[in-house]
Design a protein around this ligand. Structure first.
Ligand code: HEM
Length: 421
């Protein structure tokens, strides 16, 4: 199959994956993309060229002679590689949902309600998104927090990264910050958090001091002046193969809505929770508290409140349209909990919690602990520091959970025996 973008050239249709020729990627001229036999029919590929190690292992340029800066580069690159895998896995699930939605009612129900696999494993249709969803949760719950240890403490409480040494190179990196990770922003959009990317909640002074195109006032997470050349990664266009990732939450709700006729309960499920004005006010008061006696503090807060009110109103309108999805979610929970669809939805919800929840082991909490360990006071290389990190994780992200019509009905219980195959 000619591969415009090999990374995204994947096949969900079982027949395509069964056919050895169809599943082998080629370039536009039909030449095998990887490991084409030479004139004598020999296969010459080696481990270094399959992994492009020349490019990968030459992509680390430290700013200083401080040894510990190397692990600081490596850990951020490891995160970005895992984020890349997570985006791909979200792409597999998003395309599976779209394939489901394109089916007629009969086929849709047959596929959507396929039971959890036995020893023989799931049907070829569900196999890719079952491993993808399982990997998503594993990445967020196990891999990311474990990697963060590289800048913390290891076994026997060994110090793996020195705060003193960190401060010997940190200033060379201003205003670069993990706040500018575009891939995590795309993952957050997939998990229902697009509205947060438009909120002007991050102090822009440090960026404005160095970036000429940085707008006045507080900046938004998704601002082009913040994400720079990564902006297109967080906001892939309609013709970008990653675009489906931005629609995964809406597609999941559309799949649930098509299950609504299966909800035979007499009583309707509790309505989808809307964002109440109190939580908007709470977030605005929180931001105000972090601004202290800054001159334009009130203007900053009023703009933020307006942003959040508009985002909440749009989100509440969206949720009001989820009545059918809610009934479908109720049917899935109560009658079809042991399906592959519930397995995939449960792991998407678990991924959201493992990344964002204000719980001790989530990625953002483990990160905040690392910041607390290495940075005295509230500063950050990007200028937001701990005040921003707390505002975002405790007051903003929880307002926009993934799969809002499904998640608070409780996990459908697809854990036990899930890994039998
Ligand atoms: C010594 C280690 C680290 C320190 C001191 C640190 C510090 C900070 C600070 C202060 C912020 C807030 C924004 C700012 O003011 O720049 C931030 C944001 C962020 N950092 Fe780190 N960081 C560290 C390591 C990492 C690592 C290894 C990652 C992995 C990708 C990471 C990912 C992030 C992300 C994603 C944000 C944005 C969080 C959000 O918007 O909710 N950081 N970091």
């Amino acid at each position: 199959m000619p591969a415009s973008d090999p990374w995204w050239s994947f096949a969900l249709a079982p027949d395509d994956r069964d056919d050895a020729d169809a599943r082998r990627l080629t370039d536009v001229d039909g030449h095998l993309l990887v490991n084409p036999p030479d004139e004598q029919g020999r296969l010459t590929i080696g481990y270094p060229d399959y992994l492009h190690l020349d490019r990968l292992l030459s992509a680390q340029t430290p700013a200083s002679t401080v040894p510990d800066e190397r692990v600081f580069i490596i850990i951020h690159q490891l995160f970005e590689l895992v984020f890349k895998q997570m985006i791909f896995d979200l792409g597999v699930v998003a395309r599976t949902f779209q394939t489901l939605l394109d089916l007629n009612d009969g086929d849709f129900r047959a596929q959507a309600l396929e039971s959890l696999p036995d020893e023989r494993g799931p049907s070829p249709f569900w196999r890719p998104s079952m491993t993808a969803a399982a990997r998503l949760r594993h990445s967020a719950r196990t891999v990311l927090p474990a990697m963060m240890q590289y800048i913390g403490r290891g076994e026997d409480d060994d110090v793996l990264f020195s705060t003193l040494e960190y401060h010997r190179f940190r200033e060379f990196l201003v205003p670069a910050s993990g706040f500018q990770t575009a891939q995590l922003r795309l993952i957050q959009r997939a998990l229902g958090k697009s509205p947060v990317l438009g909120l002007h909640v991050f102090p822009g002074d440090t960026f404005r001091q160095h970036y000429t195109d940085c707008p006045a006032g507080h900046v938004a997470l998704g601002d082009p002046a913040v994400l720079r050349e990564g902006h297109a990664r967080a906001f892939p266009g309609a013709d970008d193969p990653a675009h489906g990732v931005t629609e995964i939450d809406d597609r999941a709700h559309a799949v649930l809505a098509r299950l609504a006729p299966l909800a035979t309960h007499t009583h309707a499920p509790p309505p989808v929770r809307l964002i109440p004005p109190e939580e908007i006010e709470r977030a605005a008061l929180r931001l105000r508290a972090t601004l202290g006696d800054e001159t334009d503090a009130d203007a900053t807060v009023s703009r933020f409140r307006t942003d959040l009110e508009a985002a909440a109103q749009q989100e509440n309108e969206r949720r009001t349209g989820f009545a059918e999805a809610r009934r479908g979610a109720q049917a899935l929970h109560d009658r079809y909990g042991r399906t592959t669809l519930a397995f995939v939805l449960d792991r998407l919800a678990a991924t959201d919690a493992a990344l964002h929840a204000p719980t001790p082991d989530s990625f953002l909490t483990v990160h905040r602990k690392a910041v607390r360990r290495h940075v005295a006071g509230d500063g950050g290389t990007g200028g937001g520091g701990m005040p921003y990190l707390v505002t975002s994780q405790r007051f903003l992200l929880p307002l926009f959970p993934a799969l809002v019509a499904y998640t608070d009905l409780g996990a459908a219980g697809t854990d036990e025996n899930a890994d039998r195959w």
